[in-house]
Design a protein around this ligand. Structure first.
Ligand code: OKP
Ligand code: ZN
Length: 343
């Protein structure tokens, strides 16, 4: 399997608010570097850079004004004399006005985000655009006939919605790839999200559409981030009614229950008869992940890959979460090798 990777990801290294203090984010450059190292060591296949794409190709999954905001945010922030990471600190919740875009950066950061988990730094745009370009290059490779590809994206993307960043995410790499496949004439695309956290951004982007089925297995939002989406009764709207499937699972879920939920997902996917599978591949379902609550063991990730191979679809894997830096590389490679063995 070919891996697409860019060193540009290293230009994004932000902070996180934790325990009433500012700390380096769990979402750090070491994550992608360790995954790359394991891909290399396992001789999974070629490792290639992505092709640069026009940011207009991010529009569709995102609004044009949001993409422009992301591209300009650091310049707007430093123009106010600030040089530390930019974080939003106010949001237009419920009865506040969310229909008017503020003119200044402090307001705009809140307008275009859902939490303070996505700091804007000097290198954020370079990293997130390079990451989206890997997903676009990867999906084109599969459309051109490769049975599968791996976009080693960082930062992740699945919390990023049409007009918001959050949860370490800025551009929704998987959604950008799925939307691009549709633009290239693929009729039906399924996005399967196996990250521990619900991919609220991917859900939002395709919620009103019947051409992209979104299926997600994740920690029940009653207890788990992102708390405000990911329930089973979120099934799509309008033309998208019935084309969003959430399978929330309890804290402590281990492989057997996860596998059963994957079986439910497989049935829905089969009846949809997609031409392409995009996997939002988070490995924060790992038993030792520092911020998540499932109990998959390293060997279970091989089973996950084998199960996905059984779906028999051209497949793009897009990297999402996974924070136990020492082990995530091995777990990612286990999924990809399981997939190749099962194909
Ligand atoms: C991104 B991805 C909980 C803090 C949660 C954000 C988690 C974002 C996960 N104590 N912080 O889905 O892996
Ligand atoms: Zn996650």
């Amino acid at each position: 399997m070919i891996t697409f990777f860019s060193t540009e990801h290293q230009r994004h290294h932000g902070v996180e608010l934790k325990d009433a203090a500012i700390k380096p984010s769990f979402e750090n450059p070491g994550r992608a570097d360790t995954i790359l190292q394991q891909v290399r060591q396992a001789a999974l296949g070629d490792i290639q850079p992505g092709r640069a794409h026009d940011s207009a190709l991010y529009v569709g999954a995102h609004s044009e004004r949001y993409v422009r905001f992301l591209q300009q945010a650091w310049a707007d922030w430093t123009a106010t004399g600030q040089t530390h990471d930019a974080l939003p600190l106010i949001w237009p919740v419920r009865d506040l006005r969310s229909d008017l875009e503020p003119a200044t950066i402090d307001g705009r950061l809140g307008f275009y985000s859902m939490d303070a988990g996505s700091p804007i730094t000097a290198g954020t745009w370079a990293a997130v655009s390079a990451s989206a370009d890997l997903a676009l290059t990867g999906v084109q490779t599969v459309l051109d006939g490769a049975p599968s590809a791996f976009a080693l994206c960082r930062p992740p993307g699945h919390h990023a919605g049409p007009e918001m960043m959050g949860g370490y995410c800025y551009l929704n790499n998987a959604a950008i790839a799925a939307h691009h496949a549709r633009r290239q004439g693929v009729q039906r695309v399924v996005v399967l999200d196996v990250d521990f956290h619900h991919g609220n951004g991917t859900q939002s982007i395709f919620y009103g559409r019947g051409d992209v089925l979104v299926v997600s297995l994740h920690g029940d939002p009653v207890h788990c981030y992102p708390y405000f989406s990911g329930h089973a009764d979120e099934t799509g709207a309008g033309a998208g009614q019935g084309f969003n499937l959430n399978l929330p699972l309890p804290k402590g879920t281990a492989w057997l229950a996860f596998r059963d939920a994957l079986g439910v997902a497989a049935q829905r996917v089969r009846s949809f008869a997609p031409e392409l599978l995009v996997v939002s591949l988070g490995v924060d379902t790992f038993e030792h992940d520092p911020i998540s609550h499932f109990r998959l063991a390293s060997a279970d990730f091989v089973r996950l890959g084998e199960a996905l191979a059984g779906w028999g679809l051209p497949t793009l894997f897009v990297m999402e979460g996974g924070y136990m830096v020492d082990d995530i590389g091995r777990n990612v490679v286990n999924v990809l090798q399981g997939f190749e063995a099962g194909a």
